[in-house]
Design a protein around this ligand. Structure first.
Ligand code: DGY
Length: 354
């Protein structure tokens, strides 16, 4: 990555400093101080220090006259927002997923959009494994029991979970995070199945020890099904009633991708009626609200969207977003540009509503 935010001797930075007009950037929610400082070296920064998402109205108001925005996945940047913020040149999302951004509209309007790929893969794979293990072994329930003071000592028949080792893991989506999950599964001596839109290269399959199957086979044969597909119209409710009914009654479903990939109401029914044994969720269909009945179920482990939430990884994401934003506003190509087509456009961004 270019040294825009790290090197004081950066010529682009010096050039920018000597310009009379510095770009203006809105940081919509709390990010790390060093990332704010990185942006502030080149731009005038307006930050929302309250760490509460801005309402759509507040967002549009604070974006007026701003050329850059550093956004979180709780901010919706729709075509309507873009239409009302004609000065915007770049939206830098602090997340790898960008379903909160209307990339197509941005591309048509000449606005660059960036994300933070790569840096969170291992951390999200670790959290996926936390969910797999905690759900299969009933760890959270056991913890609650212990804290309640009810435990009177060891018993053979207490808290019987299910083994993970030597079982079958089904990975839906063998992208960067899916591959890291597979790599960890090898240590548990698992049979690893995967399904995806396209089959991975032979050497990837061999190195990871994974076998390609269709979705139906994966659902029927896996003891753990873990979801790593990006959210799109095709993957919305990728797991719904029919899919849950295909799974084994002893199986566990884990979702650390995006909430709407699972039909949460169908999942509540499946867990309540024992179609499957349990679920580990990090993401929800209508965050931050769970589907009715979800939190009353004992066979589900619920994390509040913390897949990438390690100190090290969140700092990397925050700095990456800052560097993407600064690059875009100082005449360089942002390293993680989602819509490079924007750079091919010769004409300036149209400012009127379409
Ligand atoms: C992402 O980057 O998309 C994650 O969901 C954030 O934790």
């Amino acid at each position: 990555m270019s040294g825009s935010c790290r090197s004081r001797a950066d010529p682009a930075a010096c050039k920018q400093r000597s310009r009379p007009l510095r770009p203006k950037v809105l940081i919509t929610r709390k990010i790390f101080e060093e990332s704010i400082a990185c942006v502030a070296r080149h731009c005038d920064v307006d930050t929302n220090q309250r760490d509460v998402p801005l309402t759509p109205h507040q967002l549009i108001r604070r974006l007026q006259g701003k050329q850059g925005a550093i956004t979180l996945l709780t901010d919706t940047i729709s075509d309507a927002v873009l239409a009302r913020c004609p000065d915007l040149k770049i939206v830098s999302n602090v997340a790898v997923g960008f379903n909160n951004l209307d990339v197509k509209a941005a591309t048509e309007r000449g606005v660059m959009m960036t994300n933070t790929p790569g840096v969170l893969d291992d951390t999200t794979a670790d959290l996926t494994w936390c969910l797999i293990l905690a759900t299969s072994r009933g760890l959270i329930d056991a913890d609650r029991y212990f804290r309640s003071g009810k435990w009177k000592g060891w018993g053979l028949m207490q808290f019987l979970g299910r083994d993970i080792h030597h079982k079958t893991l089904g990975i839906c989506g063998l992208g960067r995070i899916g591959r890291r999950v597979a790599k960890r599964a090898k240590g548990f001596d698992m049979r690893i199945l995967y399904t995806d839109r396209t089959r991975a290269a032979e050497d990837v399959e061999r190195d990871l020890g994974v076998a390609f199957v269709d979705k139906r086979t994966l659902l029927k044969e896996s003891d753990v099904v873990t979801l790593h597909v990006p959210l799109s119209p095709e993957t919305t409710h990728y797991i719904s009633t029919a899919e849950l009914k295909l799974m084994k009654p002893t199986a566990v479903l884990v979702n650390s991708s995006r909430g709407p990939v699972v039909d949460e109401e169908a999942l509540v029914r499946a867990l309540g009626e024992g179609w499957i044994a349990g679920a580990g969720l990090d993401v929800y269909e209508r965050e931050p609200r769970p589907a009715p009945g979800l939190t009353r179920l004992k066979n589900v482990v619920l994390a509040p969207h913390i897949g990438s939430a390690s100190m090290e990884t969140r700092l990397k994401m925050s700095n990456m977003a800052a560097e993407n934003c600064v690059a875009g506003l100082t005449g360089r190509r942002p390293p993680n540009l989602i819509n490079p087509q924007v750079l091919m456009r010769q004409h300036p961004r149209p400012t009127g509503a379409r």
